[in-house]
Design a protein around this ligand. Sequence first.
Ligand code: EPU
Length: 342
Amino acid sequence: MRIQENVSLRDHSTMRLGGEAHYLAEIKNIRDLQEAYSWAAGNHLPVIMIGRGSNIIWRDEGFGGLVMVNKIMGREVLAEDNHSATLKIAAGENWDEAVKWSVDKKLSGIEYMSLIPGTVGAAPVQNVGAYGGELAYTLLELEAFDARLNAFLKLQNHECGFSYRSSRFKTADRGRFFISSITLNLRKAPPAPPFYESLQRYLDEHGIDKYTAKTIREAVIDIRQNKLPDPEKVSNNGSFFTNPIVEAAKFEELKRAYPQIKGWPVADGRIKIAAGWLVEQAGFKGVHDQQTGMATWPNQALVLVNENAQSTQNLLAFRQKILDKVQQMFGIPLEQEPEILP
Ligand code: EPU
């Protein structure tokens, strides 16, 4: 394992902004991880582990410690019976290739999350989800290096603190665990309705009535390709804000002022509002902001795009314009989805 010095972090975030890492190392196996971590600890340096950088934004100041880029590869079937299979996938694998691998095995559970950018090890951090699927529904356990205990350990699903687009890995225990693999339990039974509204609409419009992991995967890929930019070509981090959840009374009040507002009840009776709709109403769909070099995607206002921003400062200034306008119009403070590092 080689430790590089003064490496630009721009290519380690699909937003392509930010300063330099003082040190950076590619981690190809568990031994690399332990070695790199001990080296940093011995030199009193902070450590951050990343995957592809699909959901992170680097500060312009960069990072004075060691960035470990997870490239640990490997996929294996751990167990299988008539109903399900248990798959173990190393954290450095590409998420969508892992989805394809499971779909090729005719297994169901993560096909809804086809084409989500990034690595397998990053998926638990924000509990990735799309079209009615969520990582937490299929994850059995994961393996991670615990920097506090200085040891590898297994965390069961219920120990991960999963919630909508969140987990303990990005909240209370941010920076503590370096995930090395995940283990999923996927079903052999094909996916069954009810499906997520826009997915069902697509299936109906295309006359697809044979529901298999493969047909659902293909539908999700087509929907996403039509609506979302490819982060390898257009600099972005996917949805930039989470969908805010408000009290039912607040939603009713908003509905009187804005009858078109879009919201769905969640388990506790509160309402999840479409942030993309709020941002669009605030006048930010498909805008090109000359001042900051930032834009929003024409087909999905929730996606912020770096067109020719010079710095993360530019991005934050553009973000503030959106936050202020949404707050002023709807009285809702939007919350950011990608993490700002360090
Ligand atoms: N909408 C608008 N204007 C817009 C965008 C959306 O009016 O510019 C409306 C849509 O018409 C729709 C509603 O908002 O009625 C919801 O939009 P959409 O179905 O596109 O879903 P979303 O809430 O914007 C969420 C996830 C996506 C995920 C999709 C599909 C969040 C923050 N985003 O988007 O995840 O792919 O649902 O499940 O939860 C991501 O996390 O990076 C991401 C892309």
